[in-house]
Write a protein that binds this ligand. Structure first.
Ligand SMILES: Cc1cc2nc3c(=O)[nH]c(=O)nc-3n(C[C@H](O)[C@H](O)[C@H](O)COP(=O)(O)O)c2cc1C
Length: 152
């Protein structure tokens, strides 16, 4: 199974979580990790399962480096009906009005463009005692077992 982690981050937590999940999934998965800032949505393919992992900044926005990925989908109206994905959001309940909105708006855009989501969006609150990997690893392990994630 090909897995591509696409992260949006400003201080590195989302990228570290991708690495932790990749390490926990172990052998048997062909994993790649890339910043959303380096990915063109037109290149997403049907043979890969995508884990989007992004934090939230500004007024409930995506991190600066992830914004162009989102904007490109909006500009081009990119058809994503061949794309299968799961999404993890990092946020902080200190920002209660925009809690984890970066992952929310990205999820909504991917769905709007026809992509298939596997599992529920998982959210980490930086004000909670949990570490992102405490939530993210069991979540991802369950996702990759689902037939919809395995199907090419
Ligand atoms: C300036 C600033 C603005 C933030 N705005 C939000 C926000 O609107 N909503 C939210 O849920 N979290 C917000 N956060 C919290 C971050 O999303 C959270 O700390 C996250 O874990 C950072 O992950 P990263 O290291 O991958 O960027 C903000 C953090 C900072 C420093």
């Amino acid at each position: 199974m090909n897995i591509h982690f696409l992260f949006g981050t400003e201080t590195g937590s989302a990228e570290m979580l991708c690495e932790d999940i990749r390490d926990a999934l172990g052998d048997g998965f062909d994993c790649e990790i890339t910043s959303l800032g380096e990915v063109d949505p037109a290149t997403l393919d049907a043979d890969t399962f995508y884990f989007f992992v992004t934090s939230t900044y500004g007024n409930g926005d995506l991190p600066v480096t992830a914004q162009p990925f989102y904007d490109k989908i909006v500009e081009t109206g990119q058809d994503l009906s061949h794309v299968r994905f799961a999404i993890f959001g990092l946020g902080d309940m200190v920002f209660s009005e925009t809690f984890a909105f970066g992952s929310k708006i990205l999820m909504e855009k991917l769905l709007e463009q026809g992509a298939t989501m596997v599992g529920e969006r998982c959210i980490h609150d930086a004000s909670s005692p949990d570490m992102p990997e405490d939530l993210g690893i069991p979540w991802a392990q369950e996702i990759v077992q689902q037939p919809k994630a395995k199907a090419a």
